[in-house]
Each structure stands twice: as structure tokens, then as C-alpha cells.
Design a protein around this ligand. Sequence first.
Ligand SMILES: Cc1ncc(COP(=O)(O)O)c(C=O)c1O
Length: 392
Amino acid sequence: MSEVVSVSGVAPAGYRLRIPGPTYVPERIFQATVQPILNHRGPEFRAKLAHTEQMLQPVFGTSNRILFFATSGSGMMEAALVNVATPGSALLVIAHGQFGERFASIGQAIGAQVDTLAVPWGEDIDIDAVEARLHEKDYRAVVAVHNESSTGIVADLARLGALVRNRPTLLVVDSVSGLGGIEMKQDEWGVDIVVSASQKSFMCPPGLGMASVSAKAWAAISGDDRMPSFYWDFRRTLASMEKGETPFTPAITVVAGLHEALEMMHAEGMPNVLARHRRMAAALRAGGAALGLPDFSQGAHKSSTVVCFKIQEGVDGTAVIRELYQRHRTVIAGARNRFQGKIIRIGTMGAIDADTILTDLAQLEEVLPSVGYTITPGAALAAARDSLAHAN
Ligand SMILES: Cc1ncc(COP(=O)(O)O)c(C=O)c1O
């Protein structure tokens, strides 16, 4: 990850954006976003949109049309639920972290009936518990977060998909922080709606939302018993996509950036992109453990796009974040929830390589003693290098 040079004082020299999204935008993608604005109904933009959709489909693991919206990830979460929910049906929202809780709040805000299956944060989703709930009630949809950015745990979508495959129930998934960095096989796994956004593993500025909708979901959401919506109505977006455009003005510059990002991702090869994310997350975890930063994610399904570290008793995690910024201009995240001060989170998504991770660890090694940690100098980098050397 190259260093950012200050532009008109926006960011200090050496600023390193290491939060779990938005992520650092590589120069090549950045340049693609600062080209002249195209007519969004003209031939140049139509060609870009069509090719972007074509390059996105293998990343989603789908042959579905991709729907584009000018919005953030939360907008796409609302879009998914407002299309799926009906006045008389219930949604089963799996909450294995903050974004699952947000999904439940969005469902309630739009007037849907929401049942929540709460999973202890940092643990895997108990798929048997989900199945038991499906036996108790006919749910319109099971709603889950693919990659819980607040806990570093990934949902087993293959198993969740298998649960709904032979039921009318739909599987709706937020892959805002997963897609592009963690495997997604939407069609094979039977995921009915996947929503995502531009600013995480896709290395783009924020502002572009995406959705992919299965044939089963189209059949279910095309009836009259829908929640009221206009902008988010997937049917309108699909009708426009069939004509090669979006119904409303899209985030033109972000589409251009995403097009460039996908060119880069496919040149690297998607299996290699996913393997690189796995290697970098594993190296960061190994280095963190050597520094006395245990993984907050206790489950087996650990994220490749975010690493959450537990902070030792008696130390305020916000001090680690503050010191990293003040000494190194490196920006990592804490928690904006019940774990505030107790965990720190670092993105391992997008344009990251071994140098990025080794720099993170070298800086943590320098900062941690100042907030009360006792560390063994060199141990973190050695552990990370060992992890990188042995990763496949
Ligand atoms: C898993 C997940 N879902 C949804 C969101 C919300 O996205 P946005 O902040 O773009 O609305 C985030 C953002 O961090 C996320 O990590």
C-alpha cells in the first residue's frame, strides 16, 4: 500500500487508512474516478456499466443481473428488506454482531415483523438454531450478514442456503465487507439476495451499492403484497438494467472506479485475490497474538477482510488507536458498540500486501508499550513472516 500525499491539507503526509472500510483507493482506481463525468444514458457510460456488471458476476458467483444504486451499504440493507418484507410476514434476522443488529433495526423501521436470533458476538452462527426457528414459524426470509465487520466472523452461507433451498423462505445477505475479499458463490449456495457496496474490498470510494437477486426472490417480490417503496424498488432497477442503464443518476465516477478495480482483480485472478486476503489476515492474527493481542473472533469461520483484537484488561483500546494515529498517521478502528475500548479492528481488505501487514505490526509493537503492554521486540514480525511463509 503506497503512502498518501496530502492534497490541500485533507490528509497528513503518510496517512494510512487501515480501518475495515472505507479502504485505501489505489492510484490507478483513483485516477479512473477523476475522469470527465459521462452522460449516464450515453454510449460510453452504458458500455462501462455493462462491462462492470459482467466483471462483477463472477465475484458474486452468479449469473443474475446486478442492480446498482447510488447509496452506502446501509442503504442497500434497507433496499433488500423493503423489497422482501410484506405486511403480513416475518423476517428472521440473525444478529451475530453490530450489522446484524442494524439489519433488525432497519426491518423494524420499515414496519416489518422482525424476530431476532442473537448469536454471542465473536462466535459462529449456530446453524442448527436457525433450522429450529424455521421449524417453529414460516419466515419470509432469513436475513444474515456474510462478514460481520464488528466481530470478524463469517456466516456459513452454504449451510444457510441449504436450509432455505426447499422452503419458500428467502436468504437475504449483507456482504458489504465480504464480497471481493471472501468467497461468495451466490448461485451454488442458494443465496437469494446479496447486497454490497463499493468502499471495502473493491477499493473504491463509497457511494455505489450493488444487489443481486435470484429467480426465486424475483418470483417472491414481484407480487402486490410489498412494503411501499419507490427509489429502492428492485423491479424498477431491473427494468432499467434490461435497457442498459439505471433508473436514476448513478454514482458515475464510482462505477468508473469499480470498473478499474475489477480489471485489476481479474488480472490478479479471483482465487488469488481471495487467497491473498486469507494470507494477510492470518499473518496479522499471528503477529497480533505474539504481541499479546488475542483474536476477538472465537469461531472457526474467521474473516479474511477484518481482524478484531481483544485489548488487555486495564488498557483502553481507544488509547492504542490514538497513539497509532499520533505517532504514525495510521488510522485503525475501535468498536462503536458495547465493546468500545475493549477491541481494535484493522481492515485486511482491498489493496493490501505483506508490507502493509508488517508495517501495521511494527507500528503496533512500537505503540503498545506506551499504553501498558509488555512485548517481546521482534516477535510479532517473526510470527507474521512465519505465517506468510507457510500460508498456501
Ligand atoms: C457488514 C457491514 N454492513 C453494512 C455496513 C454499512 O455500510 P455503510 O456504512 O456504507 O452504510 C458496514 C459498514 O461498515 C458493514 O461492515
